[in-house]
Design a protein around this ligand. Structure first.
Ligand code: ARG
Length: 226
């Protein structure tokens, strides 16, 4: 007869940082968002149980390397730097870095205009890298996007650089803020997996391809971005 373990579904341990709406955030204490739903759809295709763990963004790749989780989905940009240590799936979303300013501020129209300004970035985010490359910026590092937004509202920063979709989200929820016209280079979000975990990478790749082909992906895009 079949033992209970034989019947148990495979579990996939997934790390995220639920401070990045609409990709991952807390709603009534529950982690939800585009990435979480996408990951659950992948779990359905693979007949696996998705176990989500919330942690600090800069702790995600270390947790992956230490096998505390097997997958990271966190609106994470597949950068060359990160590719040195982890593998990424095909991209699932194209984003860019944008600048958030106060509504009355017309002095910032490009990333170069950030020179001499106090600019909030989030520790370890790609926005941190982008702003760090501009000379003469007074960088203020925060642990989460929301903290940066609060600093901007409290006049402790002149601008915040953040990924496009969360930025739009925060601007909508915080009257008095707007997006500056400047748009930086495109970035691709992808799912991270340990380099030597080839079998899992292949399974998740296949599931992603299926989800993109069968309309499930489009439904999620429609739900979160339209
Ligand atoms: N896309 C940016 C990066 O990869 C920011 C991602 C932040 N995600 C999060 N869940 N906090 O660095």
């Amino acid at each position: 007869s079949l033992s209970a373990t034989a019947l148990a579904k495979e579990k996939i341990y997934v790390g995220t940082n639920a401070e990045f709406p609409p990709f991952e955030y807390l709603e009534n204490g529950k982690i939800t968002g585009f990435d979480i739903e996408l990951m659950n759809e992948i779990g359905k295709v693979l007949n696996a149980d998705i176990k989500i763990q919330d942690m600090a963004f800069d702790g995600l790749l270390p947790a992956l390397q230490l096998k505390k989780v097997d997958v990271v989905i966190a609106g994470m940009t597949a950068t060359e730097e990160r590719m040195k240590t982890v593998a990424f799936t095909q991209p699932y979303y194209t984003a860019s870095q944008v600048i958030i300013v106060k509504e009355g501020d017309n002095s910032i129209k490009s990333f170069e205009d950030l020179k001499g300004k106090r600019v909030g970035v989030m520790l370890g985010f790609t926005g941190d890298t982008v702003v760090s490359e501009i000379e003469g910026v007074k960088i203020e590092r925060f642990n989460a996007a929301y903290a940066g937004i609060m600093a901007l509202k409290a006049d402790k920063a002149d601008a915040v650089v953040l990924d496009s979709e969360p930025a739009k989200n925060y601007v909508k929820q915080n009257p008095g803020l707007k997006l500056a016209e400047a748009d930086a280079a495109k970035e691709e979000y992808a799912i991270a997996i340990r380099k030597n975990d080839k079998a899992l990478l292949e399974k998740i790749e296949k599931a992603l391809t299926e989800i993109k082909a069968n309309g499930t992906y489009d439904k999620l895009i429609e739900k979160y971005f339209n």
